[in-house]
Design a protein. Structure first.
Length: 318
């Protein structure tokens, strides 16, 4: 009897691993006539979350996708510096991922696409001439955040993409939100050369980094570079992040801030309760509009526990 139980357990584990092998190589979405792939990005997310990876993996977006946002979450500890995950368009292709039907509970609450507890992920809109990748959130009731990186996800790069809202709630909207108001907080997150709400509705916040509330502050090595941001309240927010483990850089960003939706403060950047070294330079404010008695501010900073360098090169080119 005991030997039968052992044999059954072995067969169950063997058959399970055979039925759900770890991912390896290129996967086309949708698969089409390609050797391996998935019908939807949601199916790819479910597969990598359930099975993990055994080698570098690329999800190649090969068509415009209409996705259920509640199913667009990646959670796996198997992605490493060697076995990375890259999401990008197929060669010289330009596609849009339209997301609706956001979750109302869980780690991806009210979010379009979520990277949770997963390291070494790159989302890139660049893969040859004419390539591009756009993430559009279309949920007027629950769609608060287009992209969320949280659960301690580190060594994440998001570059050369566009993120926008088609439909959205009236307030509490963020284009890219990094952190989860709790530990662990993501480290070494790079956001560069992205178009933030350049089309569609104007959100409340553009790029928002949130560490743990109050000391000890967590999150280091973040880079926010050469992004174009449109929003109505705060373009770039760094709140409760920064340690001596690595500097943070905010540079080369172009900011258009303010709209008739602005009912309180309007700031190009908000940097508060930060530690370590933060280098802020060579950013450009194209507009800073307020529609009430509260004046607009290029930079609002407070409660610095470390060093914020803003003098050379200049903080802003206005």
């Amino acid at each position: 009897m005991k030997s039968s139980i052992v044999l059954f357990t072995f067969l169950f584990i063997f058959l399970s691993s055979a039925a759900f092998p770890q991912l390896s190589g290129d996967y086309y979405i949708p698969q089409g006539a390609n050797p391996q792939g998935f019908t939807t990005l949601a199916a790819a997310c479910a597969s990598i979350t359930a099975s993990g990876v055994s080698a570098p993996v690329r999800f190649l977006i090969d068509g415009d996708l209409t996705e259920t946002a509640a199913n667009l979450i990646i959670t796996t500890t198997t992605v490493t510096a060697t076995n990375t995950l890259t999401i990008l368009p197929n060669t010289s292709a330009s596609h849009t991922i339209t997301m609706s039907g956001c979750a109302t509970t869980g780690n991806n609450t009210k979010t379009g696409f979520t990277i949770y507890g997963t390291n070494y992920v790159t989302i890139s809109g660049s893969n040859g001439a004419g390539s591009g990748l756009t993430f559009t959130l279309n949920d007027a009731t629950n769609g608060l955040k287009v992209l969320v990186i949280n659960g301690g996800s580190s060594n994440i790069t998001v570059q050369n993409c566009s993120f926008n809202f088609a439909l959205m709630p009236a307030s509490g909207t963020y284009v890219i939100y990094v952190g989860a108001n709790a530990v662990p907080v993501p480290n070494n997150v790079t956001l560069q050369n992205n178009n933030i709400a350049q089309t569609g509705g104007i959100p409340q916040y553009g790029i928002y980094f949130q560490g743990s509330f109050g000391p000890p502050i967590l999150g280091y090595g973040e880079k926010i570079k050469n992004n174009k941001v449109i929003c109505y309240q705060a373009g770039v927010t760094l709140n409760d992040i920064g340690t001596a483990d690595g500097p943070i850089e905010v540079s080369g960003n172009t900011l258009n801030i303010g709209s008739s939706s602005s009912t309180t403060y309007v700031e190009a950047m908000y940097i508060a309760y930060v530690g370590g070294t933060i280098n802020v330079f060579d950013n450009q404010i194209l507009s800073l509009n307020t529609y009430n008695a509260t004046p607009g501010q290029g930079l609002l900073g407070k409660a610095f526990y470390g060093v914020v360098n803003t003098t050379a090169p200049p903080l802003f080119n206005v």
